[in-house]
Design a protein around this ligand. Structure first.
Ligand code: IPM
Ligand code: MG
Length: 364
């Protein structure tokens, strides 16, 4: 099983190192090969997604990704900014389905900004379409406005678009995922204003006919943003487009106490995937050894489950993470009174130790 390891920028290298440590501790036949991506690749090769990095990702069975981005690249032309690396990987690898679970661990209930009774036991799945929408719409650019409110002034434009097959394939995955969970899909759109959203709503409704056991509700994105903080547990699977999914998944992440806990999987039509924490590169804390590696470690677990067909190893990692939380170990982002504050490396080591213990229990 070949894994491309792309640590990236900011805290990326630190957190990926811990996930690699955990993967190695499993003693599976894994081949790990690293390559620079994002700002790190721009520094080394003049491009955020050099051909060799893309080729490595294409040849691998799965990709483990850290994070990209740093304010120091904000002045670069858009095509060379670190973010283009992750967008390029999503597009080139056809990773259209982004699974972002938001799970509130019992031990971290108090870390949420919401009342414990609202988030305790929270388990929702955001399924974000990842290769369409305004992120990849053409044309895009700048020009002089010929109409609108200020003709003659400079204007910028991006294009929101969705095609029927793009919506169909993500809708199928949403209903299938809900079928294995609590059987409810909330499709989020802005169909009261946008035609792309009306097509989205129509197609999701049509696909739903094939999944009678799953309940479907439609919700406007502004209302969804509100309901997520009002009654988050009323959701099971949320399926939505690229832009709305970007925003709502950050909101959902914060319900669980820390975005530092949340993994994600971005899959193609064959189940090959890229796995990355839901959070970003956090340049403000990079190199300090204090970042939370658990989202990346849990992303490695998702990789074992979805792309490498190793569900037992995935479950072991997840149990090991539960166990370190139960032991009271916390990085700064999830720390609270009475817990032991640990750094990135110590957290990774603790997961490895817990993993070995659960392995022994499973074996004996
Ligand atoms: C995410 C990030 C990316 C996105 C950025 C880094 C391009 O915010 O994965 O959610 O907007 O998709
Ligand atoms: Mg985002």
């Amino acid at each position: 099983m070949k894994i491309a390891v792309l640590p990236g920028d900011g805290i990326g290298p630190e957190i990926v190192a811990e996930a690699v440590k955990v993967l190695k501790a499993l003693e599976l036949p894994l081949t790990l090969q690293s390559a620079p991506v994002g700002g790190a690749a721009y520094e080394a090769f003049g491009h955020p997604l050099p051909p060799a990095t893309l080729a490595l990702a294409q040849e691998a069975d799965a990709v483990l990704f850290g994070a990209v981005g740093d304010w120091k690249y904000d002045k670069l032309e858009r095509a060379l900014r670190p973010e283009q690396a992750i967008l390029g990987l999503r597009k080139n690898l056809g990773l259209f389905a982004n699974f972002r679970p938001a799970l509130c661990y019992a031990e971290l209930t108090h870390a949420s900004s919401l009342k414990p009774e609202l988030v305790g036991g929270l388990d929702i799945l955001i399924l974000r379409e990842l290769t369409g929408d305004i992120y990849f719409g053409t044309p895009r650019g700048r020009r002089t406005a010929v109409d609108g409110h200020f003709p003659g002034s400079e204007e910028a434009f991006d294009t929101m678009r969705y095609s029927r097959p793009e919506i169909e394939r993500i809708a199928h995955l949403a209903f299938q995922a809900a079928g294995k969970r609590r059987g409810k899909v909330t499709s989020v759109d802005k169909a009261n204003v946008l035609e792309t959203s009306q097509l989205w709503k129509d197609v999701v409704t049509e696909v739903h006919a094939q999944y009678p056991a799953v309940q479907l509700e439609h919700m406007y994105v502004d209302n969804a943003a509100m309901q997520l903080v009002k009654a988050p547990k009323s959701f099971d699977v949320i399926v939505t487009g690229n832009l709305f999914g970007d925003i709502l998944s950050d909101e959902a992440a914060m319900l669980t106490g820390s975005i530092g806990m949340l993994p994600s999987a971005s899959l193609d039509r064959n189940g090959k995937g890229l796995y990355e924490p839901s959070h970003g590169s956090a340049p403000d804390i990079a190199g300090k050894g204090i970042a939370n590696p658990l989202a990346t470690i849990l992303s490695a677990a998702m990789m074992l489950r979805y792309s490498l067909n190793q569900p037992e190893s995935a479950a072991r990692i997840e149990a090991a993470v539960q166990s370190v939380l139960a032991q009271g170990l916390r990085t700064g982002d999830i720390w609270s009174e009475g817990c032991e504050k640990v750094g990135t490396r110590a957290m990774g080591d603790a997961v490895v130790t817990a993993l070995k213990t659960t392995m022994t229990i499973t074996k004996s």
